[in-house]
Design a protein around this ligand. Sequence first.
Ligand SMILES: O=c1ccn([C@H]2C[C@H](O)[C@@H](COP(=O)(O)OP(=O)(O)OP(=O)(O)O)O2)c(=O)[nH]1
Ligand SMILES: [Mg+2]
Length: 152
Amino acid sequence: MRHPIQLKILSDKIGKDIPFPTYATEGSAGLDLRACLDQPIDLAPGETTLLPTGLSIYIQDPNLAATILPRSGLGHKHGIVLGNLVGLIDSDYQGELMISCWNRGHSHFTIEPGERVAQLVLLPVVQAEFNIVSEFEGTERGEGGFGHTGTQ
Ligand SMILES: O=c1ccn([C@H]2C[C@H](O)[C@@H](COP(=O)(O)OP(=O)(O)OP(=O)(O)O)O2)c(=O)[nH]1
Ligand SMILES: [Mg+2]
């Protein structure tokens, strides 16, 4: 399903030096997000930097959110993941999409202008409306958690 989302281009590099975000394949869940940079950035092991994307989106519908997720190749091979592990974009956020980029690896990594550093995934959201109760209806699990059902 495709859903219209308002998008603002904040940098004149987008659409010229830095391609517009698109789905890489018909079945892609994520849109690759590119670092909107003038110069390469050297990220030392353990270092985190906040990268601009040159884009803002306004999701508007409270039943949707966007997540920023790492790219598996960068994360697995180079230790380049997100400083916040996962980024959550609220439906009412209108600021620039920012990527917290963390080098959790053991080598320096250079982020080039336009490099695809993370991916944006739109997801449905259900907001809770709490009903206060004094007891829950019983379940087989009850309050057991954190390994309650064993490992095998
Ligand atoms: O990787 C991210 C995470 C968040 N945001 C933006 C969109 C999001 O809607 C807003 C707030 O994010 P979040 O609620 O996760 O951060 P917070 O620390 O709780 O900030 P706030 O007090 O503004 O909600 O920051 C990004 O651009 N990139
Ligand atoms: Mg918040």
